[in-house]
Design a protein around this ligand. Structure first.
Ligand SMILES: [Zn+2]
Length: 160
């Protein structure tokens, strides 16, 4: 894999918005400017407080059908925030991200991935608990590799 051309990643079209923004750390504003996300914190049931690198804060709901969710999936933006200083590799990675119905990661396996770090995993679990989603996080940690294996299986099946 070349450093200039990131690997194409597939995510489910109906991936949880919170998991998606926590993963890609980008936010398209309603004016079409792409910001870098500094933090995502739970602020209420189904709500998260997002802070950008240019220090804007706002609350969003975990809706897959919201404007931001749709714009993220369709990669609609007309400019990149100069203050956020999003690195080129992050934009390239985003560019190589594909969203498919019924194919790709739901990102829920992240919840059980030891490599993702305890703090991050804890925060994601909190996000999930707040939105009341029944996720794979109820699964015993020793079974987590099953989700990983399934994700790999799916990745090896070419999308249509
Ligand atoms: Zn910004």
């Amino acid at each position: 894999m070349s450093k200039d051309k990131p690997e194409v990643r597939y995510y489910r079209k109906r991936v949880e918005l919170f998991l998606l923004i926590d993963k890609i750390k980008l936010w398209p504003s309603h004016t079409g400017v792409l910001h870098g996300i500094k933090s995502v914190e739970v602020s209420g049931p189904g709500l998260a407080r997002i802070t950008t690198h240019c220090n804007r804060s706002f609350t969003v709901s975990n809706s897959r059908n919201s404007r931001a969710a749709r714009w993220l999936r369709n990669k609609w933006f007309r400019g990149v925030c100069p203050k956020c200083g999003i690195p080129e590799w992050k934009l390239a990675k985003y560019d190589a991200t594909r969203f498919r119905r019924g194919y790709g990661s739901t990102l829920r396996a992240e919840l059980n991935r030891p490599a993702s770090g305890d703090r991050r995993r804890h925060r994601l679990k909190t996000l999930f608990a707040e939105v009341g989603v029944e996720a794979e996080h109820t699964v015993q940690p020793e079974l987590a590799h099953c989700f990983e294996a399934r994700a790999i299986d799916q990745a090896e099946t070419p999308p249509h």
